[in-house]
Design a protein around this ligand. Structure first.
Ligand code: HEM
Length: 136
């Protein structure tokens, strides 16, 4: 247990997690490619930030406030490859500005994993939507 605590302390503090999320969403909001899209799909901005903070706290600190399913939360969204690229760029910048190197590495692994799966999923949906329908 002491070992887990020690490792967690190296990755980030709760304040750093909150700063990571705050900086990322401020940058995303100001970004022409992401801002309007985020505002259109996120009904409760502050509520969303709180949930996402809990998610990253779980990744970095092993807390258990986040109990959701990241993938299903994105099921109805349609994002372009350019929007995913921008998401990752802005998130990396926020991580570099707020976390120690070990924390940056950990969040970028998790972000890269989710990002990769979401891209794959979106590409599959695009293929399905553009495929000719049987009988047409
Ligand atoms: C352009 C890319 C993305 C867009 C437009 C997007 C948008 C959204 C939306 C609309 C929601 C649900 C609304 C809400 O919770 O208030 C959501 C939830 C969430 N997103 Fe994203 N997202 C993107 C990429 C990512 C990536 C790469 C991650 C990486 C981990 C991520 C993490 C989360 C988390 C943790 C939640 C909360 C899920 C829950 O409610 O259980 N998102 N996102």
């Amino acid at each position: 247990m002491a070992e887990v605590q020690e490792q967690a302390e190296e990755l980030a503090t709760e304040e750093q997690v909150a700063a990571l999320v705050r900086d990322f969403y401020a940058a995303a909001d100001a970004d022409p490619l992401l801002g309007p899209m985020f505002r259109a799909v996120i009904p409760d901005w502050q509520g969303h930030l709180a949930v996402v903070t809990d998610f990253w706290s779980r990744v970095l600190l092993g807390t258990d406030r986040y109990q959701g399913c990241v993938m299903s939360a994105h099921g109805k969204l349609r994002m372009s490859e350019a929007q995913f690229d921008r998401w990752l760029t802005l998130f990396r910048q926020a991580a570099e500005a707020n976390l120690p190197p070990s924390g940056q590495k950990r969040v970028m692994e998790a972000a890269g994993f989710v990002d990769g799966r979401l891209r794959h999923w979106q590409a599959a949906i695009r293929d399905r939507e553009s495929a000719p329908r049987p009988g047409s």
